[in-house]
Design a protein around this ligand. Structure first.
Ligand SMILES: [Zn+2]
Length: 238
């Protein structure tokens, strides 16, 4: 069984920092095999530190590209990350970068590149105006071949709506970082284990706790294995 954390940030920004070595130490301490990583997206950010960490820990860290869709070269940057550097996915943060996830002019070009390259997209999904569950539903419907992860699964006040859209769209998944365990249990019960994916959002968490909470997600061992690694491994063709 492969255990993979689908959501981590590397780099330095005011109030937070994490290096590749620090992330590997965290996953080693609790027995996690691999971790998806992408930059913090506040201010001017770059994917270079992600490439460096990937070069350093190619068997442990899985690189995702992050872009600000307002940057004119955003689609080119995604292509460069994937084609030239071997990155495996894309991360978007509608709230911090100030765009609606369903904005056709800003975001559709990025989804088209992801579809062409066959990479999944993880998007901050804490249910504010820019990233509410209906914004995810619009994109899941518009791009049925793109595998889309709703990070934080709508937070607890929008979990019911997130679950109903994840049921409706085969390509929409709920990612559990910083979501309470009651809501995660509800999602697993309603959707089954195939649509729920574990992530932590480190460094913004107590890492061990964010992993341990998943032991209560389901009593089904095979389902647990899918949630904490099997599902994201399948989406990434690992
Ligand atoms: Zn995050």
């Amino acid at each position: 069984m492969l255990v993979i954390d689908a959501h981590n940030h590397l780099g330095i920004r005011p109030g937070a920092r994490q290096t590749g070595a620090e992330l590997v130490a965290k996953i080693d301490a609790v027995g996690v095999d691999k971790a998806v990583m992408f930059p913090f997206v506040e201010g001017n950010f770059s994917n270079e530190p992600i490439k460096e960490a990937f070069d350093q820990f190619p068997d442990r860290l899985i690189p995702f590209c992050a872009v600000n869709p307002w940057q004119p070269d955003a689609a080119d940057e995604v292509r460069r990350c994937v084609v030239d550097w071997g990155f495996k996915g894309l991360k978007l943060h509608p709230t911090i970068n100030g765009f609606h996830l369903s904005d056709p002019n800003l975001v559709d070009p990025l989804f088209r590149v992801a579809e062409e390259l066959g990479i999944p997209i993880i998007v901050h999904g804490a249910s504010d105006l820019y990233n509410s569950p209906p914004e995810f539903a619009l994109m899941a419907a518009r791009f049925p071949a793109v595998q889309l992860l709703m990070a934080h699964m709508g937070f607890f006040w929008s979990v019911d709506q997130a679950i109903s859209f994840a049921r409706q769209y085969p390509n929409l998944y709920l990612e559990t970082s910083r979501a309470p365990i009651f809501e995660i249990q509800t999602a697993v019960r309603e959707l089954g284990p195939d649509k729920v994916i574990w992530g932590t959002d480190s460094p913004f968490v107590d890492y061990e706790w964010e992993f341990k909470k998943m032991e209560r997600a389901t009593a089904d061992h095979d389902g647990y294995a899918k949630i904490v690694g099997g599902n994201i491994a399948r989406l990434l063709n690992l």
